[in-house]
Design a protein. Structure first.
Length: 316
């Protein structure tokens, strides 16, 4: 099966009250862990690549890994998505390079400039059958090249969304309702909270339109503890409660981004082996454990948070 766009995925997710997992990929083991879990659970997925991943692993290597995943998992729909495209040129490069979906993130620009940049990407992408995600509002935190200080973060203004979508022609919209990038989303003692009032208002203004949540890793304490117990230092790492994400997935949120949870899982497996077996130096031994933890995380997200288990056939 060839790569697909997210159009039918999001339509079915919106109608069915579930979300599609958008999992960031950086190497072979992460691609394998994600797609093996999705294949076994018959779930549609989005594999997304950040600018940092392209710098690290090279565009060609990543796309070929995804092509291999398609061969190994022919019965599940997979979209290949650019995460946080900084400008038109990187979006163009990914569109020309085989991606079926791109995100242009011009959210740090003024409203009209965000529209202008996004419209340019939309025009180029739609002519080539590629769909586009954009963002209104800014999430705090750090992820690859995306660095937004807490004082610079801003919630999405619902009164802007209709004009933005109408003027850009964008296919989905990432909004800021209190999620954030990275593994340290909240301070110790701070109660995690998402602005569901903003999500509800956006949904009313954009009926049947797919909404995206970035920075939505839950930072599993199971893997934080493994990392801590094996020489790591991740005290106070706190993520988004999974019940809040499930609530979002039942509404207009059709795509939930997950990156930090995968990094934590892979790192936990590697640290566990190397700390307890310092004599080992075969990367296949420690990466195998890390890959299994990634697979376990993805399976948990599909069944517990996203609700996308068994939805592959309707998304084809």
């Amino acid at each position: 099966m060839p790569l697909v766009t997210t159009t039918n995925m999001f339509k079915k997710a919106y109608e069915g009250g579930y979300a599609i997992g958008a999992f960031n990929v950086n190497n072979m083991e992460i691609v394998q862990g994600i797609t093996e879990a999705a294949g076994e659970l018959n779930s549609p997925i989005i594999l997304q690549v950040s600018a940092g991943a392209r710098k690290y692993a090279n565009h060609t290597y990543l796309t070929k890994l995804v092509e291999a995943a398609l061969v190994e998992n022919p019965n599940i729909p997979i979209a290949l998505h650019l995460d946080h495209g900084a400008d038109f040129e990187i979006c163009k490069s990914c569109i020309d390079g085989g991606f079926t979906s791109v995100m242009i993130d011009a959210s740090h620009h003024a409203f009209d400039e965000n529209i202008e940049i996004t419209r340019k990407v939309v025009d180029y992408a739609h002519e080539r059958g590629v769909v586009v995600e954009a963002e209104l509002g800014q999430l705090a935190g750090v992820e690859d090249d995306v660095k937004v200080a807490a004082e610079d973060a801003s919630y999405t203004h619902p009164d802007e969304v209709e004009e933005f979508v109408d003027r850009t022609g964008v296919d989905s919209l990432a909004i800021a309702i209190g999620t954030s990038h990275g593994a340290f989303k909240f301070k110790p003692g701070q109660k995690p909270m998402l602005r569901f009032d903003i999500l509800d208002e956006v949904s009313k203004r954009l009926p049947n339109f797919p909404i995206v949540l970035h920075g939505a890793s839950s930072v599993s304490q199971e893997y934080v503890k493994i990392i801590q117990a094996n020489g790591g230092n991740l005290a106070d790492a706190i993520g988004i409660p999974e019940d809040m994400l499930r609530q979002a997935a039942r509404s207009a949120v059709c795509k939930i981004n997950i990156d930090s949870d995968l990094r934590l899982a892979l790192t936990a497996g590697v640290r566990e082996v190397m700390w307890n077996h310092p004599e080992k130096f075969d990367p296949r031994e420690y990466l195998k454990v890390g890959r299994q933890y990634v697979k376990d995380v993805v399976a948990h997200k599909i069944t517990t948070v996203l609700g996308s288990e068994g939805k592959a056939p309707e998304c084809l």
